[in-house]
Design a protein around this ligand. Sequence first.
Ligand SMILES: Cc1cc2nc3c(=O)[nH]c(=O)nc-3n(C[C@H](O)[C@H](O)[C@H](O)COP(=O)(O)OP(=O)(O)OC[C@H]3O[C@@H](n4cnc5c(N)ncnc54)[C@H](O)[C@@H]3O)c2cc1C
Length: 379
Amino acid sequence: MKIHDIAFIGAGASALMAASLISNKDIALIDANPRIGAKILISGGGKCNLTNRFATAKNYLGDNNFIAPTLLRFPPKEVLDFAQKHQLDLEERSHGQMFCRQSAKALVAIFEKKILTCKLYLSTKALHVEKNEYFTIHTDQGKIYAYKLVVASGGLSYASIGASDIGYKIAEHFGHTVITPSPALVGFTLQKEQFWMKELSGIAIPVTISVEGKSFSENLLFAHKGISGPAVLSSSLYWKKGKMSIDFLSNISLKALLKKHSQKQISTALPLPKRFTKAFLESMQLEDKVISKLKNDEVTKLESLKCYEFAPAGNFGFSKAEVTKGGVNTAEINPQTFESLLCPNLYFIGEVLDVSGELGGFNFQWAFASGYCCAQEIF
Ligand SMILES: Cc1cc2nc3c(=O)[nH]c(=O)nc-3n(C[C@H](O)[C@H](O)[C@H](O)COP(=O)(O)OP(=O)(O)OC[C@H]3O[C@@H](n4cnc5c(N)ncnc54)[C@H](O)[C@@H]3O)c2cc1C
């Protein structure tokens, strides 16, 4: 019977970074997918937004005291150095986002080379785990044994590429608490009052969304059954219940605009897609008239473009969510080593933990940083 030094459940971003940094150990990488890094391959529209140059703990939902030291030990610059060292060509986009210039395949290919000595158990689904002097990992392909177990199984998003609740089950089995997982970085569905937006599918507008003391200035995309786009996805991370505020005239003074174009019709004066303006005016029961002829209450209605109150009905669910918020309670994890404080030799890294980043490279940054810190411990 072979007992590995270390087994990783999951061969995604966090496990690959960790495994590629550990030398002289017998490592097993177990993944339900037929190949490693499945999520990396589909991320960022196939170009993987692998970090964000400006990432700090403020870009994450979770315990800042747990997240900040990890990011300090393995900041975005380390990810960029890693990319440069392996000649991975990157492209910087808005807000410090760093994408693979050619394809996410190039990043996975780097990891493939770096984990050549690891034993890969692919197309192998972990089912449950027991511990005596070592861990026994029961899988649909038989048992795998290891002295140390790193749970790097990610969240519940995108079950189509291997996501499962195994990480939470293992955590609970060993006495951990799990903050209820829910979909995040996901679009919102509409309540009746916003059904007017249904007609706008395909339109994108630069907006500022304010939610729970945070604000995001990016595009909002009207989708068939709701709203999506970068500003909406990041907002979904912080939204709990109730309303958020959407400014459809981001960085534009409505007052100045109305003054300047007082002799124009509303739809001509507003720098917004005509289809949007028409639907908005109808929803407000506002006539598209010359601005100087608007009564006070009509101006007030128009002003709601700057602070439109939006209360989502719900969201598009795990199948569309880019991440899972919630997860293994970080209060029960050693922030230096990522080892469980309840079960020696058991580690949790990446998205399975109760740490979730905004849209824009922050989640891979977390996966890599937590993988790095854990690898330093296991070295
Ligand atoms: C469509 C999409 C696009 C994204 N784009 C970006 C982006 O551009 N930038 C960014 O920062 N973040 C992005 N993310 C988020 C990012 O991919 C994740 O946060 C990150 O991959 C988490 O890394 P991880 O190692 O914790 O988990 P993962 O990378 O999800 O890896 C977990 C692995 O565990 C395996 N697994 C799960 N259960 C089992 C089981 N029972 N048995 C065996 N194996 C199992 C899975 O198959 C998976 O391969 C995106 C997510 C999605 C869904």
